[in-house]
Design a protein around this ligand. Sequence first.
Ligand SMILES: [Zn+2]
Length: 155
Amino acid sequence: MSVSPEFFIGWYVKAKYRYSKGTGKEKVCYSNPDHEIDVSANYCGVCGTKIISRDDITPRTLNIYDIPEQSGDLQDRFYEPEGVAKKGEVILVSNWSAGHYNGEFINSQIMNMDSLTQANQYTEFIKEHDQDISLLKEYVYDNVQLFYGAFVYYS
Ligand SMILES: [Zn+2]
C-alpha cells in the first residue's frame, strides 16, 4: 500500500449524504433486538426467545452503488479522494478529469488557472458528466453542486 500525496485542482462534485431507511429484512431476538444472535438459528443464544424476521429500519447513507444498474458505468467514472470531505459530505472527482496532477507535477510546472481555463474545464466536465450529476441528485445525494478548487489527498 502506497501512501503518497496527490494534488488535485479542477472541478469536483460536492454533495451531502442522504439517509435511507434499510429496505431489507433482518432477524432479531423477539425479546431484545440488541441480543447478538446466530442468524441461522431459530432461538436466541442469549435468552432462548424465538428469533423473528422484521423490516430492517437501521438508517444508512446512500452511495453511488445504490444507483440502478442501467445507469452504465457511473461507479467507474468517479472516485472519492480519502480524507477530503467534511463529516456528512461527499467529494467526488472525475476519473476522466484532466485536472488530476500529482505532487511532482506541481513542483515542476506552472499551471494556468485563469477564468477562461476554468470555464473551458467546466464545459468539458458538464459534457462528460451531465447525466451522471442528474443520477446522483435523483438517487443518492442531496445538495449536489460543482465547485472549482484544489486539495491534497493521499492515495
Ligand atoms: Zn434474546
